[in-house]
Design a protein. Structure first.
Ligand code: ZN
Ligand code: ZN
Ligand code: FE
Length: 765
């Protein structure tokens, strides 16, 4: 008996060598039929003996290509047709676009081996790729994923490449970006006027020589330009910082391989897995003391962000062994999105970069490097972008289409469709016109690749965020503002596929609360529709509002005011807290009369203020700097538990840290070390959070927690809370695939808006 079955495969099945895989599998199991890409996924019809078909479908799921994620969405039994063989058919466009586009994939070992082989026709070719590796999202103009809809369309295949492309037995069979030195993109080295520099060697060899001499070279990568300097050249790194207006924020380093990475940092198994993964994120690692990285790469930090090469060009830069480590940072001025096109790069970067290593394969989608770290043994993405975008996240339930525009910092948007969420590349802080244009680009990108134009828009409650203003200008039917910390907690629930209520611990920088104050140390009884605030850190003042974020001495003064009352000026003077140009009486008046002094319950700001009280720093050059340095100090110290108080106002528990502030100040005067004080502060906050959760749980009986918010990027805080909460009998959800910082906000907003619309819809029935 002969059977014929049609399958619809969905998931990640395009751009990962899935069709050739099906082709080879069908032939191995003596089946006839065809396979083709479609906007809905991949369709295959197979015909043969039923036991062969059974073996075939079993192998499809068991032995699929490394980057594929296969779901059998639907099957149909059909009458046999008796065709002679098995064929790969051309793509067909259908109105229902469901096909997932794959993220960009790091160069695979087979391609690397060819690139190093002198006899290979792609020896030292910077654009080598195959069905298992190479550019994907960043070269896509439209779906379905086919060469003519990518930026490779203008490179007709040469006969050799065409043959590989057509041969089902070849590992470049239907590899859309396939290319070689004869037919593919070429590399060029330009000076800042855009004039080509030619020398005896290849452009990348000349670039290596210039980097060795200390030059800043803008390098066209996968999702945009990087600025590169030799990482052992402190002068070059400092010049880069100066020109980029990025005085202290840590820079990422690229090292040739995992062995090199081990010489610079402590690396555990999970960290190694991340470093060598095809996604190749920047991984935050604990630095080994005494390495030869320039001091100015990550001043004041005990960690360093390291990544391994992920394009053939990166590998070439290390090929001759002249460079040992490269600083590689997104090519942009501070707060602007990463550069994309050659002309744009030269225009925007000619005052930063000395040279430009460019090529003629267009980048169509901007995509910054992803950032990951391992906390309590498990990976956590701190920035979800290149290598991961636009891989959809599976959700526990289905939603109507929603577009969520995120917050103001670390912008990222999210589109919900059915039971999936697609998160955009990292956009950055929405402070500049360029970043704002990039937000618009990302809306188009998500709507285009999902072919979905949601009528429901979610945004932050804060009316001044650019994202909120953009939402109000859109022509959608429904705009749903969502409270910032509600969104944080639901984002954590959503990625963990949890729908039952949790007690959410939102430990964060700042977000507008429903009482008009600035929240950020919140204990929220949360479900996907709404939340109830059951506890928070006691309010303190932020003298000067946003200025306090850049000048933590202001917050420190306000904390002293709250802890010591009118007598705060004495400890402030002894701590030499206030800058010369801001006398204590002036600040006192400001605080006393509450002029431009919003109230906040933010743990992030408490970290800043305590860092300033402990003499770490009174000013920061990027958000979170003081807190990060406080964490680095705490790692070297030994802490004790400091006092705090929990009181109740109505139904709300208040965590009062004034006793802790008084104790910290006493200890400073007694000469306690910064490291020990920092450790005590972390330890006390962890104990107090656990205590608060316990008190609230004894009333609500909810033992499941969700941890979210920017403060949980702090390793000591997250690992400490996980251990202490688990000891107290709680189960705590944490982030893994979605950032715990504001990059994760859009997912939470989308799920909340989607849930509310779903509920409204069901009420009508
Ligand atoms: Zn490859
Ligand atoms: Zn070719
Ligand atoms: Fe936040």
């Amino acid at each position: 008996m002969i059977q014929r079955i049609r399958y619809l495969f969905t998931g990640i099945v395009q751009g990962v060598g899935f069709r050739p895989f099906i082709y080879r599998l069908a032939r191995r199991h003596v089946l006839v039929g065809w396979v083709r890409n479609d906007s809905a996924g991949v369709y295959a019809e197979v015909e043969g003996i039923p036991s062969h078909i059974a073996d075939f479908i079993c192998d499809v799921t068991k032995t699929s290509p490394p980057m594929a994620e296969v779901h059998v969405a639907q099957t149909w039994e059909l009458p046999p047709r008796g065709e002679p063989g098995f064929a790969i058919l051309g793509s067909e466009r259908s109105p229902a676009r469901k096909a997932a586009i794959t993220p960009d994939i790091a160069t695979c070992d087979n391609c690397l081996a060819e690139m190093k082989n002198v006899a290979d026709r792609r020896h030292h070719y910077p654009f080598i790729n195959c069905t298992n590796c190479g550019p994907r999202l960043t070269i896509i103009r439209d779906i379905p994923y086919d060469r003519q809809r990518t930026s490779m369309a203008c490179f007709p295949l040469c006969p050799d490449c065409q043959q590989e492309f057509d041969d089902p037995a070849n590992r470049r069979f239907h590899a859309q970006p396939n290319a070689c030195p004869t037919c593919g993109p070429v590399l060029r080295l330009l000076d800042r006027q855009g004039q080509e520099i030619t020398s005896g060697g290849a452009p990348w060899q000349e670039a290596v020589r210039l980097l060795q001499e200390g030059a800043i070279v803008a390098i066209k990568g996968l999702g945009g330009f990087h600025l590169a300097v030799a990482a052992d050249n402190d002068h070059a790194v400092q010049t880069l910082r100066l020109r980029k207006h990025r005085p202290e924020k840590p820079l990422a380093v690229m090292l040739p391989d995992i062995e090199a990475a081990r010489r610079y940092a402590h690396i555990n198994t999970e960290e190694e897995r991340l470093l060598v993964s095809p996604q190749r994120p920047i991984v935050l690692l604990r630095q080994r003391p005494g390495n030869d990285l320039a001091h100015s790469i990550a001043p004041g930090m005990d960690t360093v962000g390291i990544m391994l090469p992920y394009t053939p060009l990166h590998h070439l830069l290390f090929a001759d062994g002249f460079l040992t480590a490269l600083v590689l940072t997104s090519a942009n001025r501070s707060d602007e999105p990463i550069c994309l096109a050659n002309r744009e790069a030269i225009q925007r970067l000619h005052s930063i970069a000395d040279y430009f290593l460019v090529h003629n394969r267009d980048i169509l989608v901007r995509c910054d490097d992803s950032i990951a770290a391992v906390y309590a043994g498990e990976a956590m993405l701190l920035r979800r972008s290149r290598g991961l975008t636009p891989k959809p996240l599976p959700l526990a339930t289905s939603f109507p289409p929603v577009l969520a525009l995120g917050a103001q910092m670390k912008g990222q948007i999210c589109l919900l469709r059915h039971d999936e969420a697609v998160i955009s590349p990292h956009i950055g802080d929405l402070e500049t016109p360029l970043a704002r244009d990039f937000l618009r680009e990302n809306i188009d990108l998500l709507e285009n690749i999902t072919e979905c134009h949601p009528d429901i828009i979610a945004c932050d409650l804060h009316p001044d965020y650019y994202s909120s203003q953009a939402a109000s200008r859109m022509t959608a039917n429904t705009i749903i503002p969502v409270q910032h910390h509600h969104a944080h907690i639901v984002s954590c629930m959503a990625e963990n596929q949890v729908t039952d209520p949790v007690l959410g611990l939102a430990m964060d920088g700042t977000g507008l609360g429903t009482d008009g104050r600035i929240w950020g140390g919140e204990f929220l009884l949360t479900d996907m529709l709404s939340f109830q605030r059951l506890g928070h850190f006691r309010y303190f003042l932020l003298p000067g509002g946003d200025q306090a974020i850049r000048q933590p001495w202001r917050t420190a003064a306000a904390l002293l005011f709250s802890a010591f009352g009118a007598a705060w000026q004495d400890p402030a003077r002894r701590l030499s807290l206030l800058p010369m140009d801001f006398p204590a009486p002036a600040l006192h008046q400001m605080i006393e009369r509450r002029v431009n002094c919003p109230e906040t319950s933010s743990l992030g700001r408490l970290f800043d203020g305590v860092a300033a009280i402990l003499g770490l720093r009174g000013r920061v050059s990027f958000e979170g700097q003081a807190a990060m340095e406080l964490e680095a100090s705490a790692g070297k110290g030994k802490g004790v538990n400091l006092p705090y108080e929990i009181t109740k106002e109505g139904t709300v528990f208040i965590l009062d840290c004034r006793p802790m502030i008084r104790a910290l100040v006493d200890h400073v005067f007694l000469g306690a070390s910064l490291a020990d004080q920092a450790a005590s502060f972390h330890q006390t906050i962890i104990a107090a959070i656990t205590d608060m959760a316990g008190k609230i749980a004894s009333e609500t009986n909810i033992r499941r927690l969700a941890l979210s918010g920017g403060c949980f990027q702090n390793r000591i805080l997250l690992e400490g809370c996980l251990a202490s909460l688990s000891k107290a009998g709680f189960t705590a959800l944490r982030h893994r695939r979605v950032p715990t910082n504001d990059g994760g906000i859009a997912l939470g907003q989308a799920v909340i808006a989607g849930s509310r619309m779903k509920k409204e819809g069901s009420d009508e029935i």
